[in-house]
Write a protein that binds this ligand. Structure first.
Ligand code: 13P
Length: 223
């Protein structure tokens, strides 16, 4: 099972250092299935027992891109894992930029967490699957380091995950399109994680709020 924490715009380098220290201590050996995405300014350079990923990057090595971070900056922290297409970034990134990010990350052989998700209106109209398939159109579904995170927008940050049946139905559909590992994200917490983990084709979870405190994230990992 993959356990990934998206810390979003939370934690400073100082607080993330304590977070990472506690997680390193809890994981006796390097665990290939634990991922944390801290804010870029909190990246750590030290040896970690989990994979540190970036929530965002610009598809460049370096250059005249004010406010962005490129591959050189990720290299400095040994980062080879990226999150692309999160609904909170899709507000800012258009389809062309998302595709450029995917192509660049694939070229660099990065592990890619590609997020997709529909809003409630789309779901209620019965258009979820068409919508999600469209979000996947621009990317290579056969890329071997691809992980797809299904994160319905209507459940993110609400404390209430999507229905098990709905998650199951979507993951089933996605599993026909790709061999990539499939994750669920959207209000995963200690009350629902066990049930979510039993869903067919679910290879893990992408957690926001419930992973902000390291003791909670460790509890979710340890079950
Ligand atoms: P929450 O767990 O806070 O709903 O956030 C999920 C998410 O957006 C992870 O990327």
């Amino acid at each position: 099972m993959i356990f990934a924490a998206n810390l979003k715009c939370n934690h400073t380098r100082e607080s993330f250092k304590s977070y990472a220290d506690a997680l390193n201590k809890a994981l006796k050996n390097k665990d290939e299935e634990i991922f944390v995405f801290p804010p870029n300014v909190a990246f750590l350079k030290e040896d970690l027992k989990f994979t540190q990923g970036t929530q965002n990057f610009y598809p460049c090595f370096k250059g005249a891109f004010t406010g962005e971070i490129g591959k050189e900056h990720l290299d400095e922290f040994g980062i080879k894992c990226v999150l692309i297409g999160h609904s909170e970034r899709r507000i800012l990134d258009n389809e062309a930029l998302i595709k450029a990010k995917f192509d660049f990350a694939k070229e660099q052989n990065y592990t890619i967490f590609f997020c997709i998700g529909e809003d409630l209106k789309t779901k209620n109209l019965g258009n979820s699957k068409d919508f999600l398939k469209k979000q996947l159109e621009a990317i290579d579904l056969n890329y071997e380091k691809l992980i797809i995170a299904y994160e319905p927008i209507y459940s993110i940050g609400t404390g209430i995950s999507a229905d098990k049946e709905d998650i199951s139905d979507i993951l089933e559909t996605l599993s026909v399109l790709t061999k990539a590992k499939l994750l669920y994200g959207g209000s995963v917490n200690e009350n629902n994680i066990k049930e979510i983990q039993t869903i067919k084709h679910c290879s893990g979870v992408l957690i926001g709020s419930a992973a902000l405190k390291i003791e909670n994230f460790i509890k979710l990992i340890k079950g």
